[in-house]
Design a protein. Structure first.
Length: 270
């Protein structure tokens, strides 16, 4: 068996969560990431018949029966992942209709997956229906997106349009826009179901006064999505209190989408 810490996805995961921490998106134990893995990716690294522990998930997700996930641990600090990946990360296989997670590697201090596991797994189900290549769900607390949810109305179309107007990159990176949830109790199946519902129509879901969820085909795509939304929010927070003399007009947003062969969210441009 090869060393699992040398597996390309593991190397990428450790780099990504370290980078998220370095961006200031994941204070203390904030944030969580899950990556859907192929069995073939793991076969050279793990004995897939050797289950370390069976952990109840508290929800059902029959669509994910037998699927493997690399996921961050509950209460774990992203800043520590690079120094002790086997404590802070785990690889699980969902069984029993998603009600049981079989631990195959990691969480070596007896820990388990993130408390936001329901939101992650339900979001994977929702995104896989839209895009079978979707592999990653990423959650974190970028300061400007969070700040924006205190001073901007939470209407999805208005919030999306404001971000699109902050830099030309935004509509190119998220033409599907930004969906929003009001301030809700986190860590529950209810917020998981609500997030998954919102994930059906956009790859970004903002949790007001809390943070952001992003989905992508790989870690780079999910990271870049959040990075771009956060850049838009940063510009908004720099200018919101100043007289606005210029903006990106809808005609330019339409031309940008056309230039990159993208379809802007229906009805979001005047
Ligand atoms: Zn959070």
């Amino acid at each position: 068996m090869k060393d699992i810490l040398t597996a390309p996805i593991m190397v990428e995961m450790i780099r990504t969560v370290t980078n998220m921490y370095n961006h200031g998106w994941d204070e203390r134990n904030g944030g969580n990431v899950s990556v859907l893995l192929d069995e073939a990716e793991l076969r050279d690294y793990l004995d897939l018949d050797r289950v370390l522990r069976a952990i109840p998930t508290g929800f059902s997700a029959p669509e994910l029966e037998g699927r493997y996930f690399l996921v961050t641990g509950t209460g774990k600090y992203f800043k520590n992942v690079q120094y002790a990946p086997e404590v802070n990360l785990g690889i699980v296989r969902l069984m029993d209709g998603g009600r049981t997670a079989e631990l195959l590697w990691g969480f070596s201090d007896g820990g388990k997956f993130t408390s936001e596991f329901p939101a992650h797994m339900m979001s994977h189900v929702a995104r896989l229906k839209v895009n079978p290549a979707n592999r990653v769900i990423m959650h974190c607390h970028p300061s400007n997106i969070l700040a924006m949810t205190y001073v901007h109305i939470l209407d999805e179309k208005a919030f999306t349009r404001t971000l699109w107007q902050m830099c030309t990159e935004c509509i190119v990176v998220f033409p599907d826009g930004v969906n929003m949830l009001p301030c809700m109790l986190c860590g529950t199946n209810e917020i998981g179901e609500a997030t998954a519902e919102k994930m059906k129509t956009a790859r970004i879901v903002v949790w007001a006064q809390h943070g952001i969820y992003g989905a992508g085909a790989d870690l780079d795509e999910a990271f870049g999505l959040i990075e771009t939304a956060e850049k838009g929010a940063e510009i908004y927070m720099k200018i919101a209190h100043l007289p606005r003399l210029n903006t990106i007009p809808d005609d330019m947003l339409r031309q940008l989408a056309k230039r990159f062969g993208l379809t802007a969210r229906e009805g979001y441009l005047d």
